[in-house]
Design a protein around this ligand. Structure first.
Ligand SMILES: C[S@@+](CC[C@H](N)C(=O)[O-])C[C@H]1O[C@@H](n2cnc3c(N)ncnc32)[C@H](O)[C@@H]1O
Length: 298
């Protein structure tokens, strides 16, 4: 008889041989996905034939370096379980820090006389960042946008699911389009806060990425252009024009080039430009404010 603990151990060995970076954790998730129970809770339970057949398929996919989140169909992000779709970037744990930085920025920018704080999130992908904000605060209007129709559909799907579950505390509008231009004709075209995790890798980096990334994330979600910084630079320039005076921006960037982004932000006229670190201590985020004088330009 094979128990769930046996199965987990065998799966971990298979994944280790295939070069999967976290074989023990992934084995636990795959056994749970195949059986519907966590093997840590019921290690002595027998693995039946049907679950064995399902598990074999899941393990073959993971050993082929398909990301775990795509196999189990969801990705955890702060308090959310987001749906994973084939053509949409899988949200990463490090991006959870971007939500904390944005919450701080919202507090610093403060409530406006005009009503709720307006947050624009271009390049929203699965919708992770903006949806987390809208679940955690009740005083926002969040506009999310992406150039990928698949990303827009994914964000709308999870927004509607969260709304139906009574978890969405702020209003979320989802738009299809390019960077901040996606919101130009929206009901709230002037943001108090802009947040984004845009594509920022140079095209030449594609060959250096793990199979889970290069073979499964859409390349348009990874690569900013030949240099990598094309979209980061465009976003900084556009937000410097569109943010309300005194508003703020929080960006996730290439940790190897965060200094460069900060220098670009300073040249673009931002103030209080600061680097912030991810959980490994790398400079992965840049936050900045638009000076508090002058009217916003559309
Ligand atoms: C790195 S993913 C980030 C997804 C999400 N923000 C997250 O952190 O999980 C970048 C996203 O930017 C989108 N994108 C790329 N170029 C864009 C553009 N010019 N305008 C709007 N979205 C764009 C891609 O489709 C992709 O969904």
């Amino acid at each position: 008889m094979t128990t769930l603990a046996d199965a987990r151990r065998d799966v971990a060995a298979t994944l280790r041989d295939a070069g999967v970076p976290s074989p023990d954790v992934d084995a636990r998730w795959l056994v749970a996905a195949a059986t519907g129970v966590d093997p840590r809770r019921t290690p002595g339970r027998p693995l039946d034939a049907a679950a064995r057949a399902t598990l074999d398929v899941l393990v073959a996919r993971r050993a082929g370096r398909e990301p775990l989140q795509r196999i189990v169909g969801t990705a955890p992000f702060r308090t959310l379980e987001l749906t994973c779709h084939p053509d949409v970037f899988v949200p990463r744990p490090e991006t959870e820090v971007l939500v904390d930085l944005t919450l701080d920025l919202i507090d610093a920018v403060g409530p406006t006389a005009d009503g709720p704080v307006v947050v624009h999130e271009p390049c929203c992908g699965s919708g992770a960042v903006g949806l987390a904000l809208a679940v955690e605060r009740d005083d926002l209007v969040v506009l999310q946008g992406d150039r990928s129709p698949a990303a827009v559909a994914a964000t709308v799907g999870d927004r509607d699911r969260l709304a139906a579950a009574g978890r969405l505390r702020s209003t979320v509008h989802v738009h299809h389009g390019d960077l901040l231009a996606a919101f130009a004709a929206a009901a709230h075209p002037v943001p108090d806060v802009v947040v984004a995790n845009p594509p920022y890798l140079p095209a030449a980096d594609l060959g250096t990425l793990e199979p889970e990334v290069v073979d499964h994330d859409p390349h348009a979600a990874l690569v900013g252009g030949p240099d990598g910084h094309e979209l980061v630079d465009a976003l900084l320039a556009a937000a410097a024009r569109r943010l309300r005076p005194g508003g703020g921006i929080a960006l996730e960037v290439d940790a190897r080039r965060a200094d460069e982004v900060a220098a670009t932000a300073t040249r673009a006229g931002y103030v209080d430009v600061a680097l912030r670190q991810d959980l490994t201590g790398a400079d992965r985020f840049v936050v900045a404010r638009r000076p508090g004088d002058g009217p916003p330009q559309r």
